[in-house]
Design a protein around this ligand. Structure first.
Ligand SMILES: Cc1cc2nc3c(=O)[nH]c(=O)nc-3n(C[C@H](O)[C@H](O)[C@H](O)COP(=O)(O)OP(=O)(O)OC[C@H]3O[C@@H](n4cnc5c(N)ncnc54)[C@H](O)[C@@H]3O)c2cc1C
Length: 497
């Protein structure tokens, strides 16, 4: 990417604050900056209708903690040995309790999640009683909280440039200040001047396989159930002007899902949902034809307990969901309920009720016998037959002696038999440029890069364990902080404009 050095003679677009990425963090930064009197421009990579990032397709919950003291204790415990500076914990804990007041002041309607479980992810950790999860309006899911966020931006004179990915930051040669952004629009490069500051809110690297290989532990590839537009651009842009990175190895995953080349995001399987019991027998095996986990375990955003600590679920690739004809004929294998997920909400793929279309496409494979199925998927036939027979013994004994599974304890019955290749899937990454308590992006020595801010999952505070709704909660929190500090900057001298 072309970046920093050349300062444009002429700017195509000018604003006080330039926000890169229109999700929850971009909304919070843009609205706050606007309310403080700044002229704001949002650059958004996706075409109109596909903006909103992960926020748009999320479960729609956001955190509003009840006590700053408990919140600080809980976040500290969540970080465990992967500590984050106390100043960051403090500012997170103080600001996180203000999300509802802020949204209410703008006309939002915060409603606390009522349906059980209320969702304290680690109830045994100190301070966990601070967790209160909210959404906007009476209905939970279906982009409803996002619709509020979208309205808050659109009812203000904030310019949104769709299909305009930010590509590089423009940095002053000597002062190292960030003066603006180079972006792409209608196939042409444009320059966007930021008189006060740039806020990067362009999400994580969920859809960048090179970064996934380089940074995420234990996965040779991993696919997103969120926005395919989050390709780690903010990481590249920030690194190119000297940013440090943090939390790159932490992510909300993995789970196991189907990914096919024709669709950008993953298909979640009904049978693997922890709360769904469907007729028929199923297991998941690795490339060695053996089971490796309790297939129905409710992970904590991808983490499972091992020897007293939480580690990412092992995902030996390629993995296969193996199941019998009863399960195949009991309804769609895909969990297409549209309350959340990019595939469900945006792609809206029409999965056939009897799975016949997906069988014909080869997404589902079948064979008359287990030995033949093993041949089709390339695993050892004897091992697969033994694995299935061991599973059926566990079911008969009503005890999974290997992995302790207790749900969908049904034998793999009559054929034909079926397999679906599963890939590691995730909601979102947590890593990105390191930020400080003023939401400034900092260099490896801790000094801020002047006029450069960030918010949201691009360099989130979460270093290890994650409390559900903490991401959108943090978007609101650091979006406000970033905007307040950016707007407080004096405009840079116009000697290069
Ligand atoms: C299925 C699912 C369910 C989830 N449920 C919850 C939940 O209930 N609660 C919770 O707190 N978290 C949840 N999460 C996580 C949460 O949605 C995200 O972490 C959070 O929404 C991230 O917000 P953001 O503003 O940082 O990024 P995003 O909302 O992802 O927005 C980033 C935006 O930047 C744009 N962009 C990318 N690159 C560029 C570029 N170069 N230039 C300009 N724009 C760019 C993208 O198109 C996108 O619009 C869920 C995630 C998923 C996928």
């Amino acid at each position: 990417m072309d970046h920093q050095n050349a300062i444009p003679r002429k700017w195509d677009i000018e604003a006080d604050v330039v926000v890169v990425g229109f999700g929850a963090a971009g909304m919070a930064a843009a609205v706050t900056a606007h309310e403080l009197g700044a002229k704001v421009v949002i650059l958004e990579k996706a075409p109109e209708g596909q903006e909103g990032g992960n926020t748009r397709v999320a479960g729609q919950g956001y955190l509003n903690t009840s006590s700053a003291e408990s919140a600080a204790a809980y976040l500290t415990a969540l970080c465990g040995p992967y500590t984050v500076p106390e100043t960051m914990v403090k500012v997170w804990a103080e600001e996180m309790g203000r999300n509802n007041d802020w949204l209410r002041s703008l006309g939002g309607d915060p409603q606390e999640h009522q349906h059980p479980p209320v969702g304290i992810e680690f109830p045994d950790l100190p301070g966990s009683d601070c967790v209160h999860k909210f959404h906007d309006g009476p209905t939970y899911g279906y982009s409803y909280t996002w619709k509020l966020f979208e309205r808050l931006v659109k009812e203000r004179p904030i310019q949104i440039l769709y299909e305009t990915p930010g590509q590089a930051l423009i940095q002053h040669d000597t002062t190292k200040e960030i003066l603006g952004v180079r972006a792409q629009r209608d196939g042409k490069p444009i320059t966007v001047k930021a008189r006060k500051g740039v806020v990067l809110t362009c999400g994580g690297f969920e859809n960048n396989q090179q970064m996934i290989r380089d940074y995420l532990p234990g996965v040779p590839y991993c696919y997103t159930s969120g926005s395919p537009y989050n390709e780690g651009d903010g990481i590249t842009m920030a690194m190119s002007v000297g940013a440090d990175l943090w939390h790159m190895n932490n992510y909300a995953g993995p789970s196991m899902a189907l990914k096919v080349p024709e669709v950008r995001t993953t298909f979640s399987m009904q049978a693997l949902h922890y709360s769904k019991e469907i007729p028929g027998g199923m297991i998941v095996v690795g490339p060695d034809g053996k089971r490796f986990a309790d297939e129905k375990y409710r992970t904590r955003h991808g983490k499972v307990p091992i020897n007293g600590v939480w580690l990412p679920l092992a995902t030996p690739c390629p993995m296969y969901l193996i199941f019998d004809h009863t399960m195949f004929s009991s309804g769609p294998l895909y969990d297409g309920h549209p309350s959340h997920g990019w595939t469900q909400i945006i792609e809206q793929y029409d999965w056939s009720k009897d799975n016949s279309k997906e069988l014909a496409k080869g997404w589902v494979k079948s064979a008359a016998s287990l030995a033949d199925l093993a041949g089709v998927i390339g695993v050892n036939a004897t091992t697969l037959i033994n694995t299935v027979s061991r599973w059926n013994d566990h079911v008969a004994a009503k005890r999974d002696a290997e992995f302790g599974r207790t749900l969908m304890m049904q034998p793999i019955g009559d054929g034909p038999y079926y397999a679906v290749e599963l890939s590691p899937s995730m909601l979102n990454t947590q890593g990105g440029p390191r930020r400080n308590e003023r939401a400034q992006i900092v260099r490896p020595d801790g000094s801020p890069i002047p006029r450069l801010y960030s918010a949201g999952e691009l360099g989130s505070i979460y270093s290890y364990l994650y409390q559900g709704t903490g991401n959108i909660g943090e978007c609101l929190t650091f979006g406000r902080i970033a905007a307040r500090n950016a707007v407080a900057e004096p405009a840079w001298r116009a000697d290069n404009a």
